[in-house]
Design a protein around this ligand. Structure first.
Ligand SMILES: [Zn+2]
Length: 356
């Protein structure tokens, strides 16, 4: 949880300045200028009050885009991490380019199950999730700071630059050759009650909204850059700001439809499917079969399902409202738990909104 009480935050800030051991694990402090988070006792130079935010949990700090500090090592020091966990974390830090698989862990004499269990127990996430978020947070920060990544590294206590070999290219793929001057896709991050998301927009409108841990996210980024012939760079515009506002209203149950303009490059068929998705009312569901029939193409069930899966603007284009004929949730790129959450949320608030 983000600490919003100013008085409490001031108290934590004082504890941070004093390096109070009794506050280790009580709060995690995110430093906005470096996207690093620390525990109270960190030896690194203390950030200014206006540049910090406080969280009650490790995962909250990661969700908000911060990475664990290399000086105070919140991962290991909040809960005396056993040797195997420490080695696993070091592997991620020293090798930000390659994915650390179970195989890699085993080769280093580490039991993957043990590490996974430890992360689940202490931080509410799997080791793989931790690794993925670490990378994504790193890459996003790198994108934001551009060429200043090196100074960011030194500033935040990274005594070695070895961990900074990872570039956003790895995540985004290679930007295509551009024909349009100045055309860019802007990317920003936001947090929701069910996890952090990336949002992308062009001047025309929102072109992507996805959970940061969505499978195949890298492929989507590449695809988007290729289709729009524009590179992804960090930033925000009016569409992104409008979306953030509307999403906040959606999540608080006050909004059932989105008005923000969309920019959804795709085939005619895909666009027809996406358009159709928008006609399933808030709080209701439809089956792939029903969608195909509505498109006057009852045999195209699988093609409809595929186009559904290609939707890049989650929630706003409500592909989560399509379920199996028998009522089963079938699939969701953001994970079935999120799909269930969204449907429950809409069901609960749909009635209120209609009556209100
Ligand atoms: Zn620190």
């Amino acid at each position: 949880m983000l600490i919003t009480n100013e008085k409490q935050a001031d108290g934590y800030y004082q504890a941070l300045l004093n390096r109070e051991p009794s506050y280790v694990g009580v709060f995690f402090v995110g430093v906005k200028t470096t996207s690093i988070f620390c525990i109270a006792t960190c030896r690194a130079r203390k950030p200014k009050r206006e540049n910090v935010v406080f969280y009650t949990h490790f995962k909250d700090a990661m969700d908000a885009g911060f990475r664990p500090c290399k000086v105070c090592r919140p991962t290991e020091n909040t809960h005396e991490a056993p040797y195997e966990v420490q080695v696993a974390i070091n592997l991620i830090r020293d090798c930000t380019k390659a994915k650390i698989t179970d195989q890699t862990l085993r080769e280093s004499g580490i039991r993957p199950i043990f590490v996974r269990r430890w992360f689940n127990q202490h931080y509410g996430m799997t080791f793989q999730t931790f690794q993925r978020m670490y990378r994504i947070n790193y890459a996003f920060q790198e994108l934001k700071t551009g060429k200043t990544a090196t100074s960011t590294a030194l500033d935040s206590g990274y005594d070695s630059l070895s961990g900074f070999g990872y570039t956003f290219k790895k995540l985004l793929g290679h930007a295509p050759t551009l024909n349009l001057e100045n055309a860019v896709i802007l990317i920003d991050r936001l947090t929701t009650p069910i996890g952090p998301m990336f949002v992308c927009a062009t001047e025309e409108g929102i072109c992507l909204l996805e959970f940061v841990d969505r499978r195949m996210l890298e492929t989507e980024f590449e695809d988007l850059q290729r289709r729009l012939k524009a590179p992804i760079v960090a930033g925000e515009n009016a569409h992104i700001n409008q979306l953030k506002q509307e999403l906040a209203e959606y999540f608080s149950g006050k909004r059932s439809e989105f008005n923000v303009p969309l920019h959804t490059p795709g085939t005619d068929f895909q666009n027809a499917v996406w358009q159709m998705l928008g006609t399933i009312p808030f709080g209701e569901t439809a089956s792939y079969q029903e969608q195909a029939t509505r498109l006057d193409n009852p045999k195209a069930v699988r093609a409809v399902a595929r186009a559904n899966g290609m939707n890049r603007v989650a929630i706003v284009i409500p592909c989560h409202r399509v379920i199996g004929k028998d009522g089963s949730l079938t699939g969701y790129a953001g994970g079935l738990e999120r799909k269930r959450w969204l449907l429950d949320h809409e069901k609960a608030h749909g009635q209120n909104l209609v009556k209100g």
